[in-house]
Design a protein around this ligand. Structure first.
Ligand code: FCB
Length: 437
């Protein structure tokens, strides 16, 4: 990979927020101490998780959070993005855990940045039902009421695009439905839930609110009209469907006509202003007309009836997951968003970026992060207002349908002993942060 890893990292503006991310279901464990989520149900079905592992224990962060906050403090991050588990908040003593975690973070001088929904929906609920959005707002009010005196920065949802696509359209994630385009109401109800959550957080006095959406450049397989059309469609699904209702108060390309309920009224709620816009970036996607697939979508063969297919991005190194390493895709994505949305785009925070690789001496992860942080700096220099960068992830964790097989952490977790061991990338990132001070 072309990298300048030896050169000094360019300086980011004063006040730039450096952090790492995790999510509740992927690290907490202690599944017996909360009600079930859709992910517990899905994982229990044979064949759903590739290596057969479950998140019942995961990293046991629920019992070891003090050790993990000490790792954050040692790393020297400004902020920690974690998620609050709705099923845990519904369970006795659940909110007490987040209360203790937030206290521990504050005592360590690390800003808590909770995500209120990171895919672990209570098993009794369903995003196909509109009522779930209202229930989400009620839950958000409860969490904000308890933590709002110490938490200033909030994230409503994580990647509603992936939760809709993988969970409800393709069936690769919980709740395992294969509805294809009949999954669109799930998108609308999550967007509505986002807007209602922004209102609930404002009512509780919160002033720094964003969402974490997954985005990446879409590259057409060729200049042929059929490939361009397919790529445009994919770009609408990944990059516009979840951004434009929030930023512009409108669905792209007539998709609003396919959504349930009083869409015009709902869009007013969905477009409730946010303070910043979170982007999770991993890689671009090369997309062509249907039928020509030569690559998988994140490890998944797409059904032939979709109006696009995914092609290989050639000539690039790939991560352990097989994802191509394309740092300049991050610059391209951010400048494209700035050009598309102008001053409707609030300041941007990279809420996730990272890679899966094996090993403690993870020079490949260092090269990946180094190149992506430089690509982010290039976006800043091109005039994009970027305010923060969070590495996915603090530690190895339960990687959804991949189980424990994909390791994204700066810290290695031994799933037998639960011992944490900082990798070379942990020490490297600590040094990058020190040099920025
Ligand atoms: C993102 C998810 C996160 C993690 C990374 C690798 O799509 O938000 O939980 O799984 O991918």
């Amino acid at each position: 990979m072309a990298t300048d890893a030896g050169d000094a990292m360019p300086r980011f503006p004063a006040g730039f927020l450096w952090g790492v991310s995790t999510s509740a279901h992927q690290i907490e464990g202690a599944a017996g101490e909360r009600e079930a989520s859709v992910w517990d149900v899905f994982t229990a079905e044979p064949g759903r998780v590739k290596d057969g592992s479950t998140a019942a224990v995961a990293c046991d962060h629920y019992h070891r959070y003090r050790e993990d906050v000490a790792l954050l403090a040692g790393l020297g991050v400004d902020a920690y993005r974690f998620s609050v588990s709705w099923p845990r908040v519904n369970s006795p003593g659940g909110l007490d855990f987040y209360d203790r975690l937030v206290d521990e973070l504050c005592a360590a001088g690390v800003r808590p940045v909770p995500t209120l929904f990171h895919w672990d929906l209570p098993a009794s609920l369903d995003w196909l039902r509109r009522d779930t959005a209202a229930r989400f707002a009620d839950y958000v009010s409860v969490v904000a009421g308890r933590l709002g005196d110490r938490v200033g920065t909030w994230i409503t949802l994580n990647e509603p695009a992936e939760h809709t696509l993988l969970g409800h359209a393709l069936g690769a994630h919980a709740p395992g439905r294969r509805l294809l385009f009949d999954a669109l109401p799930v998108a609308h109800h999550q967007l509505l839930a986002h807007g209602l959550a922004v209102q609930a957080l404002r009512a509780a006095g919160a002033g720094d609110i964003g969402i974490a959406n997954s985005h990446g450049p879409t590259w057409a397989a060729s200049g042929e009209p059929a490939d361009l059309e397919a790529a445009g469609f994919y770009d609408t699904l990944l990059n516009r469907l979840f951004a434009e209702p929030i930023l512009l108060g409108a669905y792209p390309d007539g998709l609003g006509e396919l959504m349930p309920g009083d869409v015009a009224a709902d869009l007013k709620v969905i477009a409730e202003p946010v303070d910043w816009y979170g982007v999770n970036y991993y890689a671009p996607t090369r997309v062509g007309a249907p039928g020509g697939a030569d690559a998988e979508y994140g490890g998944l063969a797409l059904p032939a009836e979709l109006p696009f297919s995914v092609r290989e991005i050639e000539g690039r190194p790939v991560t352990g997951f097989g994802w191509p390493v394309v740092p300049e895709g991050l610059t391209e994505l951010l400048t494209t968003f700035r050009d598309r949305y102008g001053d409707r785009l609030p300041p941007v925070v990279i809420t996730e970026n990272g890679c899966s690789y094996e090993g403690l001496d993870d020079q490949d992860r260092i090269a990946y992060l180094d190149a992506h942080i430089r690509a982010l700096h290039a976006a800043l220099e091109a005039g994009v207002d970027v305010r923060g960068y969070f590495v996915w992830s603090l530690m190895d964790n339960f990687e959804w349908a991949e189980g424990c097989a994909q390791r994204f952490g700066l810290v290695h977790v031994d799933y037998e002993t639960l011992e944490r061991t900082p990798k070379a990338s942990y020490h490297w990132f600590r040094d990058v942060l020190r040099a920025q001070r």
